[in-house]
Design a protein around this ligand. Structure first.
Ligand code: SAM
Length: 213
């Protein structure tokens, strides 16, 4: 995987240093100064791996890292909700969900549909926080255990999000598909002012996860 920019490289080095193979910097002195200012905990690890090269990113830092082995323990029991993104279309939205899921302490992010959750554009949107929690595509979500909490504007604003829940978030245009909706134990709504039809899916995920926290 290509990691573009200091923040992306920083998160990979912080959460999964063993997967970061090579760091490229446009200037060693500038990279050290930037890393010591913005990511002092990983500055040595970054410089230790660094080779000087042409770097396109404006921070002058890029890296290559491997995708972690599939960690499917998250499909069974868990102590914090796992986010299940139903057929996301926008890599930026999917990346933003990974980022907020990592920040809020979710167990992982799972996706259905054709978008590869490890696509470089998704990784860019998460600022490299894919390396902080399991992120995987599911062929068939039916085997996922835990109460299914479907996020939908037409649901119950007082519904709970238990720690072991599967938080199901719908696709941009059509919302949660009928198959996953049929699985719902509860449908949770985030109340909105009259006239507003929906939140962006990453914003809705953030509100639901932080509401629980
Ligand atoms: C952009 S919305 C999809 C809108 C779509 N037109 C629909 O009918 O659901 C993407 C997803 O964000 C979540 N979402 C957005 N606004 C929400 C709200 N106010 N309450 C609960 N979930 C919401 C839902 O999971 C939804 O499927």
């Amino acid at each position: 995987m290509a990691l573009e920019g200091l923040h992306c490289v920083k998160h990979a080095l912080r959460f999964a240093p063993e997967l970061v193979d090579e760091v490229r910097v446009s200037d060693r002195g500038a990279a050290r100064a930037l890393a010591e200012r913005l990511a002092p905990d990983v500055a040595d690890a970054l410089l230790h791996r660094a080779v000087v090269a042409d770097v396109a990113h404006h921070t002058g830092v890029e890296a290559r890292a491997r995708v972690p082995p599939v960690d499917d323990a998250v499909l069974g029991g868990r102590t914090a909700p796992v986010v299940l993104l139903d057929r996301p279309r926008s890599p930026g939205n999917a990346g933003a969900v990974v980022r907020v899921a990592a920040a809020a302490g979710a167990s992982g992010v799972l996706t259905t549909g054709p978008l590869d959750p490890w696509h470089p554009s998704v990784l860019r949107g998460s600022a490299g926080l894919h390396y902080a929690l399991p992120v995987l595509a599911l062929d068939d979500p039916a085997g996922l255990t835990g109460p299914y909490v479907v996020l939908d504007a037409d649901g119950d604003p007082d519904a709970d999000l238990p720690p072991g829940a599967v938080l199901v978030v719908g696709t941009e245009r059509d919302g949660v598909g009928a198959d996953l909706r049929a699985h719902a134990d509860v449908v949770l709504a985030l109340p909105m002012r009259a006239g507003v039809s929906s939140l962006n899916l990453a914003t809705a995920t953030a509100a639901a996860l932080y509401r629980r926290r």
